[in-house]
Design a protein around this ligand. Sequence first.
Ligand code: S0N
Length: 277
Amino acid sequence: MNPDWKSAKTYKDILYHKADGMAKVTINRPEKRNAFRPLTVAEMHDAFADAREDPTIGVVLLTGAGPHTDGKYAFCAGGDQSVRGHAGYIGEDGVPRLNVLDLQKLIRSMPKAVIALVAGYAIGGGHVLHVVCDLTIAADNAIFGQVGPKMGSFDGGFGSSYLARLVGQKKAREIWFLCRQYNAQQALQMGLVNTVVPVAELEAEGVRWAQEILQKSPLAIRLLKSGFNAELDGQAGIQELAGNATLLYYMSEEAKEFHSAQREKRKADARKFPWLP
Ligand code: S0N
């Protein structure tokens, strides 16, 4: 069944929809193969932050608009090279920045599942965007690759270290050192994507996966995501996991008793609670 997508906010470079517990963020610059400029990234960050805050949303789909009028598809061709300066990507305010790193962190740490739906090119920083999503569904026309070392850039953060966790060190180094392109079947074989479907079925498959996740326990998904992240994310990963432990503790009878006692200026009845083995 097709979701009844409703526009949740109007932006310049992206589309943002919601329906049935899902949010959908669509990069809408098909004439640029959905390359992102600072504004695109700022808008995506705003939409993802909204999805994070909305308790009715459990899954976010990230995709690219298309096909373009030339018939070609793109998920995202990375940073918009027409605004790249010598200290980052230059926005309308004239300031150079690399704000896609903030977006990567938000996607990775938000306590909801994020699924990349990739049709056509996922290249450079666009490739990294699907890498940091929890799951990737590829269309049979998807093409993946990094280009940094052949055009004067690289992503040594999640774009390489987390990529290596997905496909292994040798393959990740091959992807970055050789800057080749890989098709959907090759991506599936190396563990870069979860499944491959015909391009016409991409969104429907994404919706099916999202609806399956939405039948599961929100807290379990939240804790699993931070558990998966903690191993690689150092202190930030531990902070995320510990924040979830605090959330669960707040929700316990024990925390409620100690909190109430403090507010009621009485001694908490600690004896009610066991010291479990
Ligand atoms: C995607 C490619 C392979 C598609 O080829 P195809 O189908 O032949 O199309 P084209 O004719 O090349 O393109 C169609 C139109 O789209 C424009 N366009 C495509 N990509 C971009 C882009 N990235 N920026 C701006 N415009 C783009 C073309 O110009 C063309 O428009 P017209 O017809 O008007 O000329 C092919 O297009 C391709 O190879 N694209 C460039 C890929 C690329 O270099 N991407 C940038 C890679 N770098 C990043 O993404 C880095 C950003 C980053 O995230 C980062 C993160 C952490 C640390 C550092 C960085 C960093 O800054 O490096």
